[in-house]
Write a new protein. Structure first.
Length: 154
């Protein structure tokens, strides 16, 4: 995992590295606005999952600049590498599952469930019945169910 724009991130004053699991960022009503808000008080903000291509597609679709270039590696390895790579005194991982909690704790990160992080940061959670906002709410029921199951397995 490498930083995509170290110079831009170095200009930020935050002492926090904030990392979202893909499932967590998907559960927000406006992922791009949440990331933009987080950049006001974080030096680094990123999204990780076991599938780097899926993260890249999500970020591109939602206009999110991920501070990290992911390689094909499991989420646990990515989170551990990132902990060792960045120089912020605080690392917070926002996730949705018990697996996310374990990954964060094993790598030395603080863990926050997305509901708690959203409440603290005043971000709105999305309505799962509305589907993906980028798809205009037209995502089918099976696609939404498949995404929920896939995110829970990560």
């Amino acid at each position: 995992m490498t930083l995509t724009d170290e110079a831009a991130a170095a200009d930020r004053d935050g002492e926090l590295t904030l990392l979202f699991s893909l499932g967590a960022i998907r559960s927000l009503a406006d992922p791009a606005a949440a990331v933009a808000d987080a950049r006001r008080w974080s030096r680094y903000v990123g999204v990780v999952a076991n599938d780097a291509a899926e993260v890249e597609t999500f970020c591109r679709t939602h206009g999110i600049d991920n501070d990290y270039r992911l390689r094909s590696w499991d989420k646990a390895g990515l989170v551990q590498d990132l902990y060792e790579e960045v120089d912020t005194p605080r690392h917070v991982f926002v996730g949705t599952t018990e697996g996310d909690r374990r990954v964060a704790m094993q790598a030395g990160w603080e863990y926050r469930p997305v509901e708690e992080a959203a409440d603290l940061a005043e971000w709105s959670l999305g309505d799962p019945s509305m589907g993906d906002a980028a798809g205009g709410g037209k995502e089918g029921l099976w696609a939404r169910l498949r995404r929920v199951v896939r995110d829970r397995l990560r």
